[in-house]
Design a protein around this ligand. Structure first.
Ligand code: ADP
Ligand code: 5GP
Length: 214
């Protein structure tokens, strides 16, 4: 297997966390890259599992030391992906699923051009607002900031290779899982294809020579 990064982006409330979790839970070939952030944990979020929650000083120090593969300011906080975190998942032989914003996706592609970019689109504005407010994890001002940011995120859909409408969750999950399946057999990602073909052709030549009637 030749693991690759899969980037999921969407407006806040688009379903990135939900679908990334489903991939990690259901597919042993996918691992999650735990991002760093300066925002506070939400109830139920666990340090090191959902995010590495860092102080602004710690985050800034890591930026200066070049520890991030990408980092960005999103909705008034800093977020970033540690190179070490990506390497950790690759070292376990799994594809790396990342839930990152559109600026981060662009930066990350510069270092990892083999990444697969998937944008999750809400079925409608009403549904997006309903899901974001229904999650009840942000106050009104924060929710408003995220909805305003959603317009900028949506404007960047053109840089993504795949667009999945997250209407029915199982359908959206299946489509993302199918993208992973298809990308895993993309010719450019397959190691030693020419060598394998040479081997088969060599064996085939022998079989043809011994074939009755030849
Ligand atoms: P994001 O990580 O993109 O901000 P979440 O994964 O937290 O979004 O999803 C926002 C909310 O919408 C969550 O409460 C989640 O359970 C819900 N949700 C996500 N996808 C669907 C879906 N297809 N149908 C119904 N609810 C969904
Ligand atoms: P949330 O605070 O809802 O968990 O995430 C807010 C936004 O930050 C989402 O758009 C999410 O994709 C983005 N985000 C999360 N982790 C990262 C990261 O490591 N890098 C970047 N650039 N954005 C991230």
């Amino acid at each position: 297997m030749n693991p690759f990064p899969i980037i999921l982006s969407s407006p806040s409330g688009g379903g990135k966390t939900t679908i990334a979790r489903m991939l990690v839970d259901r597919r042993p070939d996918v691992g999650y890259s735990v991002s760093c952030t300066t925002r506070s944990p939400r109830p139920g979020e666990v340090q090191g599992r959902d995010y590495h929650f860092l102080s602004p000083e710690d985050f800034g120090g890591r930026v200066e030391r070049g520890e991030f593969a990408e980092h960005a300011h999103v909705h008034g906080n800093r977020y970033g992906t540690l190179r070490e975190e990506v390497d950790r998942v690759f070292a376990s032989g799994r594809h790396v699923i990342m839930d990152i914003d559109v600026q981060g996706a662009r930066q990350f592609m510069a270092s990892y051009p083999e990444s697969v970019l998937v944008f999750l689109l809400p079925p409608s504005a009403d549904v997006l607002v309903g899901r974001l407010t229904g999650r009840k994890t942000e106050d009104r001002a924060t929710t408003l900031k995220r909805l305003q940011g959603a317009r900028d995120e949506l404007a960047e859909v053109g840089q993504y290779q795949y667009v999945v409408v997250n209407d029915d969750l199982e359908t959206a999950y299946r489509q993302v899982a199918s993208i992973v399946e298809a990308e895993a057999v993309r010719h450019a990602r397959l190691p030693r294809t020419a060598e394998r073909v040479r081997h088969i052709v060599g064996a085939l030549n022998d079989l043809i020579q011994q074939f009755p009637g030849n």
